[in-house]
Design a protein around this ligand. Structure first.
Ligand code: MN
Length: 129
């Protein structure tokens, strides 16, 4: 069982991610407003953060950088989920400090595989399908 913080502004995705993670025995917590995400992460102390990149207010990229700069959270693995994958996006997301990157619409198998790998401390991600 892992504590997993989800930062996502889309209600259907929140439900999908929470249902998937709960079905795999994890304890998901969702934040819809990215302005509250850092504080939520500091109090929830997650084993993994899954964040959307396209977020109003604080972008997923900025949030990743904030988490990496936070002494309490700096080591927490981060998986980014994004609807748009333009050339260079993956490099930007990894450069900000995320270890894994999954495109929407997500492949359930790949989503679960990346979560398992990150929780196992295997930060070397699978090749993007
Ligand atoms: Mn979004």
């Amino acid at each position: 069982m892992a504590r997993i913080l989800i930062v996502e502004d889309n209600a259907l995705n929140i439900k999908l991610f929470c249902d998937l993670l709960a079905a795999h025995g994890h304890e998901p917590e969702a934040v819809t407003d990215s302005r509250n995400a850092l504080e939520a992460a500091r109090s929830f102390v997650p084993d993994l953060v899954i964040t959307d990149i396209q977020l109003p207010h604080v972008s997923g990229l900025d949030l990743i950088e904030l988490i990496r700069a936070d002494e309490k959270l700096a080591e927490v693995p981060i998986m980014a989920v994004t609807a748009y994958s333009a050339r260079g996006d993956e490099e930007r997301i990894r450069g900000a400090g995320a270890q894994a990157y999954v495109s929407k619409p997500i492949s359930v198998a790949r989503f679960v595989q990346e979560v398992d790998a990150l929780l196992a401390g295997k930060h070397e991600p699978a090749v993007q399908a």
